[in-house]
Ligand binder design. Sequence first.
Ligand code: FAD
Length: 346
Amino acid sequence: MVVIGGGQSGLAAGYHLRRLGVDFVILDARSAAGGAWQHTWDSLRLFSPAAHSSLPGRLMPPQISRTCPDAQHVVEYLADYEKRYELPVERPVRVHGVHRDGRFLRVESDSGMWRARAVISATGTWWRPFLPAAPGRADFEGRQLHTVGYGSPRDFTGRRVIVVGGGNSGAQIAADLAYDTELTWVTRRPPRYLADDIDGRALFDAATARRRALDAGRTDTGGVASLGDIVAVPPVREARDRGLLKASPMFSRLTRDGVEWADGTRAEADAIIWCTGFRPSLFHLAPLQLRGRRGHIATIGTRTVDEPRLHLLGYGDWTGPASATLIGVGRPAREAAREISALLSA
Ligand code: FAD
């Protein structure tokens, strides 16, 4: 069988497939281990302490002098994880299409073709940044970038920067820029911070409780969204408490040199950073013509309803509670591996 994607989700799947004795390969488009964590901005810190950011089988070691590790620490952990469990990752291999081929799924890539009796797609969301429609976008003559293109405040020192987005990326990048730039932070609704003592563990618990309630036919608990939108990691807390994170409402259009609100107020800008989220990176599944609601393919657990040989892993709560987190992907990975093992031995 084939796992597409060698980030944390693909590795967690690999761990369980290996334990179950399944013959598999992991195909990963990057040339090095670490998935999306290789590309995040310099100051990013995990929401949770290392031990609560672990994949199945191996605790993430603590990072010296940091309670919540940085992205490089995660990259090193994933590289070690892959080696430790001798996971068969082939890279760089980019899959461009998965096709039905009789009793097989045919996985076509830039490095050859595989016939698999089952496939796990674990390609993440980082590779498909989302930009909302914005009147006047083409008129703006300054620099526009998405979260994925942001690296460090050094690139913007002394500049007028507008950060768009009231989620974790928007808040963290705004906090990063609050000291050395002329910052305008724009959010669609007033920022909703989680309580200062809430970290990734509580998010995982909330996502799990919601899934359990929905599965049992009970009232929707609201999950993570019921707690807030922004984890108050230390840099965000500090900038907020110093009064540097004042949010303005969403502007109505971009102009040649900045943005304009509905009441005619304007702000000039050298750069606009769109921290407006991601979509699942699923282009390689287009040949299977699977449909679902709101761009999601319909699944039961991780199994695709209209193609039971295909499992989707790590894309968000719709593929398992908190499955797009380090701590959360283990359980759905185990379920996917078990189902596939049963399918292959049937
Ligand atoms: P990825 O890490 O994106 O890995 C997917 C892999 O698949 C990549 O290597 C990619 O190259 C490969 N791939 C993609 N397309 C193809 C293809 N067609 N063929 C072959 N290979 C392909 N989680 C936490 O637990 N704690 C946190 O504090 C936290 N903070 C976050 C902060 C930010 C800003 C973001 C964006 C996410 C954060 N997350 C956090 C969420 C989550 O852990 C990451 O999104 C995680 O990287 C998802 O892992 P993944 O393996 O599913 O996807």
